[in-house]
Design a protein around this ligand. Sequence first.
Ligand code: NI
Length: 180
Amino acid sequence: MILKVARLGHPALRRKASPVSRKLISSAGFQSFLKDLVETMHEYDGVGIAAPQVHLSLQVAAVEVNRNPRYPKAPRIPRLILINPRLKALSREKVLDWEGCLSVPGLRGRVPRWRSVEVQAYNAQGRAVRFRAGGFFARVIQHEWDHLQGRVYLDRMRDLKTLTHLEEYVRYWNVSGHAP
Ligand code: NI
């Protein structure tokens, strides 16, 4: 089932999400929600989506990149469910790059993010996982983690000078000429 995505201004995007109990993870209702979350991400060509974006204030996010028309140059990321994720920066250095968000349709902006992070979370089966992510993968995870804290990428921009509509992004910023 495709879920309705909250847009900027909806209070659901600004609440801090609650942690998920391991007991809930194995329930049929929660597993069916995970399916819907992934289906919604695919429907809108997202590279990630967080539960608060579909009006559920729980610490759950999905990430996947597989030939995405909104991000044609992005490296492939296998599908991943992150529950109660905790992030640790692995470098002091932050890198600037473009982000968009299904809850902020039609816009892109350059956002500073840690270059690499260590992630601890439960997966869709409720097993504890720990891994390192770098580059675009690390960026997507930090973006989704922010949603679980009630933040959007606009809050992280150093200023709004690169905030750009998609058409202008393609015309003036996307040097390779790919459609976003
Ligand atoms: Ni987003």
